[in-house]
Design a binder for this molecule. Structure first.
Ligand SMILES: [Zn+2]
Length: 264
């Protein structure tokens, strides 16, 4: 998408243009796009609090996720994996685990979508949960296997062959990497993998981060959508989900995040 006229969530036609970016911002990874003269993205904001990153590099990003997201993001996956595990209580991972532990029985079956290097599913497994993973990046897939985690698909958009039903499906900072029509499709598709009383856990960047500025990771190029509590609520209700929990959290790693738990 290279332009946007109205908010795909609240339908407002009054989108506010915030800023045009022509180069990478501090800490951002453009995966080589910074060398291209044509690199450009525009940030828009809606009255519902939702932000849109508009650019024409979705095909480029798709390839990055398949082949080399990890090459650029984690030069040494094992080292990073161990470092985060060693943070224990100081990690956002453990806070997330604790949230889940209080709400989900450890006999329950979990599907983690977009597992990355697998810290979250690995910790869940150590706590006694049964957990399956979906990941697209080749290096990460190999790493997950090395950590004895079960990979059930390498494409989160292709899950027709999955027959198992889950008590909990988790999307940790995954949905923002997709455009809105895709996000809707994904959530609708994964409903089919839920047991009748199953739940979906979601974390997405929170646009509240804008109070500290927009040159922040929440607004990075690869995030098409930066949600507000209001926009996430509207989207989930439009998809007929019941919202069990929805809160803005400020994480220990200084990320502004929306955390949600939803059910059918
Ligand atoms: Zn809106």
């Amino acid at each position: 998408m290279s332009s946007i006229k109205d908010c795909k969530i609240c339908k407002s036609k009054k989108l506010i243009f915030i800023k045009k970016f022509n180069k990478k911002i501090l800490g951002e990874n453009l995966f080589g796009l910074e060398k291209k003269k044509t690199y450009e993205r525009k940030l828009y904001k809606c009255h519902c609090g939702h932000y849109y990153n508009i650019h024409k590099f979705s095909k480029f990003l798709k390839e990055v996720y398949k082949k080399n997201y990890s090459n650029y993001s984690h030069s040494d996956i094992e080292k990073k994996f161990n470092k985060i595990l060693s943070l224990k209580n100081k990690s956002s991972n453990l806070k997330r685990i604790n949230f889940i532990k209080m709400r989900i029985n450890n006999k329950n079956e979990i599907l983690d979508v977009g597992s990355g290097m697998g810290i979250f599913p690995y910790t869940l497994k150590k706590k006694g949960y049964s957990v399956d993973c979906i990941e697209s990046d080749k290096n990460m897939c190999n790493f997950l296997k090395k950590k004895k985690l079960k990979l059930v698909s390498q494409n989160l958009l292709k899950i027709k062959n999955l027959k198992k039903k889950y008590d909990l499906i988790t999307f940790n900072k995954i949905l923002e990497h997709f455009e809105l029509n895709k996000i809707k499709k994904i959530l609708i598709n994964y409903k089919k993998l839920l047991k009748p009383d199953g739940k979906i856990y979601i974390e997405v960047p929170d646009s509240l981060a804008s109070k500290k500025g927009i040159d922040r990771q929440e607004f990075y190029f690869e995030h098409y959508n930066i949600f507000s509590k209001k926009s996430l609520k509207i989207l989930l209700q439009d998809l007929d989900f019941k919202i069990n929990y929805l809160k803005s959290i400020y994480e220990i790693n200084k990320k502004f995040t929306l955390r949600a738990l939803i059910s059918l």
